[in-house]
Design a protein around this ligand. Structure first.
Ligand SMILES: [Zn+2]
Length: 238
């Protein structure tokens, strides 16, 4: 299966929070979208890895993506080395996405910046013909995605590109809240975490509204780029 967009997240729920509305919009535009989680979020304070698997499955259904898989790297401890890069290269070569979306370049959770650099490095290496990988015993062709975009997470980072996601914020919130153990629930007996407050859930909406305001639409999601965003004509920008 060839994908148009492959979105990576260090933990199940990173993709939903960072770019869920963008993915829902592209799916509704007929694009083929996949999600790969690097870890099962097993160090998360609330819930368990098994519950997170189930929540991730439900969230993927809500977003309408074509595939979601988990590389089962060690939450908190995975590193950017050859073994981890090769596991990602195999996925990039298997699904041959035009675009990659991945974690914020810098963030509060150490896995986010680490995952961001790991996926970005793997995208470059995936294009090198002399790195040989196999899928089911068959040698894979090299593949380098056209662009790598980084979504924005906990910390404020100035976006280079803002996507108008008006009309898709409800679907994003449904996908985010499919992670029932992670976010605000007045009746939960689990310990509080930075993302389980009502303030955090509210912030997902007001941040998209604020970025939307700045570009003249209702809601937007922001991304940073790795190289200059190029257009044929200045009129191509909204
Ligand atoms: Zn995360």
């Amino acid at each position: 299966m060839k994908l148009d967009i492959l979105a990576f997240g260090a933990h199940p729920d990173d993709v939903e929070l960072g770019c869920g509305a963008t993915l829902a919009k592209e799916v509704s535009n007929g694009k083929k979208v996949g999600i790969i989680d690097l870890t099962r979020g097993e160090l998360g304070t609330r819930g368990t890895a098994e519950i997170r698997d189930e929540e991730a499955f439900n969230a993927a259904k809500i977003l309408g993506v074509s595939m979601r898989t988990n590389l089962k790297f060690a939450d908190g401890f995975f590193v950017n080395d050859k073994q981890h890069q090769l596991a990602i290269i195999k996925m990039i070569r298997k699904y041959r996405p035009e675009l990659i979306l991945c974690n914020a370049i810098d963030d509060r959770h150490i896995d986010h910046g680490k995952g961001s650099k790991l996926v970005s490095d793997a995208c470059f290496l995936s294009g090198l013909v002399k790195i040989e990988t196999k899928d089911d015993g068959v040698i894979q062709e090299p593949w380098r995605p056209k662009q790598v975009y980084h979504y924005i997470q906990w910390k404020h980072i100035e976006p280079d590109v803002a996507v108008d996601v008006t009309g898709y914020i409800d679907k994003k919130m449904d996908a985010v809240l499919a992670y029932k153990t992670q976010f605000f629930d007045a009746n939960s007996k689990e310990p509080q975490t930075p993302i389980s407050s009502k303030n955090f859930t509210d912030s997902i909406i007001y941040r998209s509204r604020d970025l939307g305001r700045l570009i003249g639409v209702e809601h937007a999601e922001g991304f940073t780029v790795e190289r200059y965003a190029a257009v044929d004509s200045l009129f191509d920008l909204k």
